[in-house]
Design a protein around this ligand. Structure first.
Ligand SMILES: [Zn+2]
Length: 90
């Protein structure tokens, strides 16, 4: 009699429904799925809030920021109004 009741092979552990590799956020150290990160640096931060908090600015914000053309203004030299006092010369 051959005993065929071998142990079932354990299923490999899956990370999630997408079986996507999860990363750890550099700032808050939460595990997250990069494709669901709202950060531009989705391989580094779990969300743009962490990106914002860590960098002090958001990459997306920079990309959408338009360079402000500097209007060439003449230097605002405020001429002091000359006092029209009569010179008291004796
Ligand atoms: Zn985070």
């Amino acid at each position: 009699m051959a005993d065929t009741s071998g142990p079932d092979s354990l299923p490999a552990p899956v990370f999630g429904p997408d079986s996507e590799e999860m990363l750890r956020c550099t700032r808050c150290e939460l595990r997250y799925v990069p494709s669901k990160s709202t950060s531009s640096l989705r391989l580094t931060y779990c969300s743009f809030l962490c990106e914002l908090g860590d960098l002090g600015f958001s990459i997306a914000g920079l990309e959408h920021m338009e360079p402000q053309p500097k209007a060439i203004e003449p230097p605002a030299v405020e001429l002091e109004p000359q006092p029209t006092e009569p010179a008291t010369v004796d």
